[in-house]
Design a binder for this molecule. Sequence first.
Ligand code: ADP
Ligand code: MG
Length: 159
Amino acid sequence: MSNCRAWQSVPRLPYLIRGRVVRGFRRGGTDLGFPTANYPEEVVEKLPSELNTGVYCGWASVDNGDVQKMVLSLGWNPYYKNEKKSMETHIMHQFKDDFYGSILSIVILAYIRPEKSFSSLDELISAIKGDIADADRILDQPENKIFIQDNFFKGDASL
Ligand code: ADP
Ligand code: MG
C-alpha cells in the first residue's frame, strides 16, 4: 500500500505558446483537407517532456488576428525515427492564404484523446472531424471562452 498519490500526470493546462510557423513534411492540407501549421523544433523541444502526446484543443491567433478555435496534435515524428515530437495546429477557420513565417499564438486548454494510428485515410479523416466537433463543444463552455479575452492575445504578437 502506497502512502502517496500522483494527481497530475501532465502539467497544468492552459499552456501558452508563441512561435513562428514553418513548413512541415506532411501535406495535411492537400491530402486530408485539414492543414496544420507547424512550429519549429525549438518550440517543441521546450515543451515539458511529460506533456502527453495526443490531440488537444484551445484558441489560436495568427499574428495579431482574430482568436479562433483550434485542434492541436502533439505526436512522435516519424521523420525523426519517433525521437522528436511534432506539434501541429489546425485552426478551425477558413484562411484566404497560407501564413508561413507568421507568428502563431496558442492557448492549449483541454486534452481530447491520445495519439492513435489509423488503418485508412477515411478513418483518420473521421477521427479529425470528431476531434473538431469535440473541440467546438469544449471551447464553447464559458470557462474556456474567457481565454479569447486574455491579455496573451492582445497587443503585439512579436517573439
Ligand atoms: P505543412 O506540412 O507545411 O505544415 P500543411 O498542408 O499542413 O503543410 O499546411 C499547413 C499550412 O497551411 C500552414 O502553415 C498555414 O500556412 C496554412 N493554413 C491555411 N489555413 C490553415 C488553417 N485553417 N489551419 C492551419 N494552417 C492553415
Ligand atoms: Mg502541417
